[in-house]
Design a protein around this ligand. Structure first.
Ligand SMILES: *Cc1c(COP(=O)(O)O)cnc(C)c1O
Length: 435
């Protein structure tokens, strides 16, 4: 029985090789300055024997924790039997098993009828395929994305991303996208769905007829803004009435993070296209998927291609994850219970500092008011052995992305650290004697 407490080391390892040979583009390694060798469940272990509680989960790529024994065994068995590792987009046993399982455990019970397109292995590849298909099918160019949206780093997806620092790396114009206000962008009093409807209905608004709306139900990188189900339903309806396809980017919020397997599944609308990646393989293997209504499947063979489309090792672990976690509603109930505990505890912490909570499901965070405070809090958390990151336009939200498999004691131990770190930072910042 392992305890719930982290046991970090306090010395930075030698980083000379990285400074000498790795591009300065690296980012997470800067705020988490250790060298890691091993990970298990909710824990990461550094090369000096330190143990860290993981509230980042590879940005929600490790929803089932690190090296889940069932997933690991499935992959070991497959490799031992010389299973196909790479097969372009050939039919393989692993692909058939994944598609069968996905149809039986995910699509059918939710009444969803989607074709699956295996894109290149990262999330941005799934987004590129989604917007390319929407433009092809509708014959229109414009994609409507939303303020604070994050969709990836390749040019098409980057054009749909709001963040100026990310966009500035493009080096070329990022055209054919309009960034419209997300739910709540102008505060509670302004209905941004009505604004969008007005602009699309006005022949002189300057907004061209769109191919698609591209939206996250909860903005994972953009500050954990959660759109209301009502707003999303209305956006889906506006898309339909204006001949645009509704694309939900569920790369971060899907696979159980925001509640159900899909973040939108109880909200009363069905997207035309859905992107999945991050936790889809269940084990941190690269694997992305674009789902769409069968009528939209208007590609000609090979029209959208790629060497690594359908990672067979990821098919194996994804299939094992679906069977283990999504055969009944036990896991979903566990996530819902964790979400309630997380939200309640964060609200208590936030209230004591006059701050507010953002998010939905197991993707909640505290708006610390500024990037400086938020990064001071995450640094204080790290010193105590908690791996945690920020989110938002100015990195102002301390974001909790614990593995979904986390138990209550572990979750509370991590939130104790978040609470202590907020107190430490805000006490130092405002000189309030905490005693
Ligand atoms: C991470 C993410 C992407 C991009 O995925 P990559 O695997 O980093 O290319 C796209 N959309 C959302 C919502 C994401 O969180």
């Amino acid at each position: 029985m392992i305890t719930t407490l982290p046991n970090p080391t306090d010395t930075r390892p030698d980083t000379a090789i990285y400074e000498r040979r790795e591009s300065v583009v690296r980012s997470y390694a800067r705020s988490i300055p250790r060298q890691f060798g091993r990970a298990e469940n909710v824990w990461m272990f550094d090369s000096q024997g330190g143990r860290y509680l993981d509230f980042l989960s590879g940005c929600s790529t490790l929803n089932y924790g690190h090296n889940h024994p069932v997933l690991k065994q499935a992959l070991l068995d497959y490799i031992s039997a010389d299973g196909i590792a790479h097969g372009l987009d050939l039919h393989t046993d692993a692909k058939a098993a994944f598609l069968d399982t996905f149809e039986r455990l995910i699509l059918a019970p939710r009444g969803l009828d989607y074709r699956a397109m295996f894109t290149g292995p990262t999330g941005t590849n799934a987004v590129e395929a989604a917007i390319k298909l929407a433009r092809k099918v509708t014959g229109r160019e414009l994609v409507i994305a939303f303020t604070n949206g994050f969709h990836g780093m390749t040019l098409g997806a980057l054009a749909c991303t709001g963040n100026a620092a990310k966009r500035s790396g493009a080096g070329v114009p990022l055209p054919h996208v309009a960034h419209e206000p997300y739910d709540g962008y102008h505060g509670d009093g302004v209905d941004t769905a009505a604004l969008l409807e007005r602009r699309l209905s006005d022949p002189s608004s300057g907004l061209d007829a769109p191919a698609a709306f591209l939206v996250e139900t909860v903005q994972g990188e953009g500050g954990l803004n959660a759109a209301s189900p009502d707003w999303l339903r209305r956006i889906a309806d506006i898309a339909k009435r204006h001949g645009a396809l509704m694309i939900v980017d569920d790369i971060q919020a899907g696979c159980g993070r925001a509640g159900g397997f899909f973040s939108f599944e109880t909200m009363g609308f069905t997207p035309d296209i859905v992107t999945l990646a991050k936790s889809l393989s269940g084990m941190g293997l690269p694997f992305a998927l674009t789902l769409f209504r069968p009528e939209l499947d208007q590609w000609s063979p090979g029209e959208h291609n790629g060497t690594f489309r359908g990672n067979n090792h990821a098919f194996v672990t994804a299939t094992a994850a679906l069977r283990h976690f999504w055969s009944d509603d036990g896991f979903e109930q566990h996530v819902l219970q964790g979400s309630r505990l997380l939200k309640a505890r964060l609200e208590t912490i936030a209230r004591s500092h006059g701050l507010s909570v953002r998010g939905r499901g197991m993707m909640h965070g505290i708006d610390a008011g500024s990037g400086e405070v938020a990064s001071a809090v995450t640094a204080a958390c790290f010193t105590r052995g908690l791996i945690i990151e920020t989110s938002g336009a100015r990195d102002e939200v301390v974001k909790i992305l614990a593995p979904l498999v986390i138990d209550e004691a572990q979750l509370m131990a991590g939130l104790d650290i978040v609470e202590a770190s907020f107190s430490e930072v805000l006490t130092a910042a405002y000189g309030v004697a905490a005693e």
